[in-house]
Ligand binder design. Sequence first.
Ligand SMILES: [Zn+2]
Length: 240
Amino acid sequence: MYQINEFVDERQKSWCIHCGAGNGGVDTNRDHVPSRTLLRKPYPANLPVVRICSACNESFSRDEEYLSLFLRCVIAGTTDPDGHKNPKVARALKRHDKLRARIERSKSERWTVDGESVPEWQPEIERVNQVVLKNARGHAFYEYGEPMMAEPARVWAAPLAVMSEAEREAFEDDTAGTLVGWPEVGSRMMIRAVEGQDLRDAWIVVQKGVYRYRVDQCDTLRVRSIIHEYLATEVCWTGS
Ligand SMILES: [Zn+2]
């Protein structure tokens, strides 16, 4: 990705965007958004980074590992490490055998009206939502310089495959929010809007086919992402 330096108010960077702790007196980490566990190696250069407190950083890592492995297993159709071509995923499945067993237990068979058996995976939705919200806060802050610490009105995730064509189109192309409110001058989103860096139809592509997101500002701030071209996510905050 392109390195974009922004110039929004420095004061907005002085607290953790997840828990509100002042960054002055606590340990902090540079946190990648999205987490690198959701990406493929080799990682793209200049990944978005925000500084958050170490306690929050640690509290997210188990859920990030879960979501990453869950998605890989659903997409590959198996929790067996030998069934995964990606060596990083195969190694992670071997290393986290309890998590692997837990994901395996979430798999069941569903019978279609045609009498066919199809596998169905039940996600631990609270863990998924934690990661979705964490990434959305990071994307909003990275692009607009806005710390979104309020409870969001909506945190949502669903596979693209279960959405109707119309829903999917609206999710991809809904321009209702795009640049209705102009991003703050100097924010990364403003610079992208002017120069088009990493932008494809309002989506910011972190890694092609792996992770893209968009942040739209209308009367609310809305963050959407598509992970592995499989999972669609959305977080919305109501206007303040
Ligand atoms: Zn924190």
